[in-house]
Design a protein around this ligand. Structure first.
Ligand SMILES: Cc1ncc(COP(=O)(O)O)c(C=O)c1O
Length: 414
């Protein structure tokens, strides 16, 4: 007998991601034995550095396999306090620190603790896919502010001022950002801070998860450090996932006002309790040990970024800026709109381009519409260098098969 489950209404507020169909098709093609190059991953292809992995193994051998304090062990909180002092000149006490199962849980906990139904949360677009849906799940309203390429994908103070209403509860900032890799400069954060100082009801979540992935001398800075007046109403979020190549260990953390941190612990205590004890021990090692591996990782990523950006910018119809951080290129495919594939399909949206690249070049990318800006797509350059080079060649060949002028069914005169 067929039964229909009645799901909670809150699920109807979140849309299935535009990327699902592309990912499903990529998996299907792989099962068919096709050589698909995935440039859609949101994680570095490096292994977790050996000293960190060993700390995890040691934790198991030493029996660190039980529940810990809900929002992090005292050792890890201490290591996080020291990290903020050392890297960001931010002075927190351990009761201002919350550790969760990835940066994702920390952000979700914070939104659950802060947002009432109909509260507005300002999200600059393009944005990390999860922010708007997380806000909707709390009952809040995402207020999307489009920050296009002309402004280097950065929110301007004028846009921020215009977006703030009496209902605004929170702003989410992400630098360097996913999907663009754009990083804010200190002066830009100060200018945004000037606006926020005039609106004391606005809380800030600063998502700094890509902090260490910075190139060409661009200096990472974070809002609570450059605008001290906002320290008391900012949650500074970070984690070990991206910079330490530890995405699967699932450790993220946030630092902010004590009342919020307590509320987040209460929520987490009713959901997942503590993040893995073993991963927490590995994260202590990651944060306390020197980051010697980072220089090599950054050099490899920088070379891949430059190679990939040059190859993409040489393709007629595609263009991207060279980002100062993270491991993504955000590629405009505006120039391909209206072009016709050899199969006769006209490319009208970035989803069409992503599907075309998958079917023709066997390269998987993520359409920009998933990040709130179209027609663009995101390429991750955290893939093996040779595969990345091959993917760019395949994309170039595929794009050469497109015909620029739309075919008309009118018979030419003369
Ligand atoms: C901007 C941004 N914030 C947060 C996260 C979550 O990171 P974690 O794997 O630690 O949950 C990601 C992961 O892709 C991200 O891109």
């Amino acid at each position: 007998m067929l039964t229909m489950t009645t799901l909670a209404r809150r699920l109807s507020t979140i849309a299935p991601s535009a990327t699902i169909e592309i990912s499903r098709r990529a998996a299907e093609m792989r099962r068919e034995g096709l050589d698909i190059i995935s440039l859609s991953q949101g994680e570095p292809d490096f292994d977790t550095p050996a000293h960190i992995a060993h700390a995890g193994k040691r934790a198991i051998d030493e029996g660190q396999t039980r529940y810990t304090d809900v929002d992090g062990t005292p050792e890890l909180k201490q290591a996080i306090v020291a990290k903020f002092e050392r890297d960001n000149a931010l002075h927190y006490s351990t009761d201002q620190i919350s550790v969760g199962t990835g940066g994702k849980q920390v952000i979700f906990n914070a939104l659950m603790a802060l947002i009432d139904p109909d509260d507005e949360v300002i999200i600059p677009a393009p944005y990390w896919v999860s922010y708007p849906d997380m806000v909707r799940l709390t009952g809040g309203m995402p207020v999307i502010v489009e920050c296009g390429e002309a402004q280097h994908f950065r929110l301007t103070p004028e846009q921020l001022e215009a977006a703030i209403t009496p209902q605004t509860k929170c702003l989410i900032l992400n630098s360097p950002g996913n999907p663009t890799g754009t990083g804010y400069h200190r002066e830009e954060l100060i200018a945004l801070g000037e606006v926020l100082k005039r609106h004391p009801q606005v809380f800030v979540i600063s998502d700094d998860i890509y902090e260490y992935l910075a190139y060409d001398g661009w200096a990472f800075t974070t809002l609570a450090a450059v605008v001290p007046e906002l320290f008391e109403r900012t949650l500074t979020v970070n984690g070990v996932s991206k910079g330490y190549a530890m995405t699967g260990w699932r450790i993220g953390f946030g630092a902010g006002p004590k009342d919020l941190i307590r509320a987040m612990a209460m929520l987490q205590g009713q959901m997942t309790t503590n993040p893995s004890a073993i991963s927490q021990a590995a994260a202590v090692e990651a944060l306390n040990a020197p980051k010697d591996f980072l220089e090599e990782h950054l050099e490899i990523l920088r070379q891949r970024r430059d190679m990939c950006a040059a190859a993409i910018n040489a393709i007629d119809g595609l263009s991207c800026r060279v980002p100062e951080g993270a491991f993504y290129l955000f590629v405009s495919c505006q120039g391909l709109m209206g072009r016709r594939t050899p199969d006769g399909e006209v490319l009208e949206r970035d989803v069409d381009v992503a599907r075309f690249l998958l079917e023709t070049a066997h390269v998987a990318v993520v359409p920009g519409s998933a990040f709130g800006l179209a027609p663009w797509f995101r390429v991750s350059f955290a893939a093996a260098t040779e595969r990345l080079g091959e993917a760019c060649e395949r994309m170039a060949h595929a794009c050469q098969t497109l015909t620029a002028a739309p075919v008309t069914d009118q018979t030419p005169i003369g």
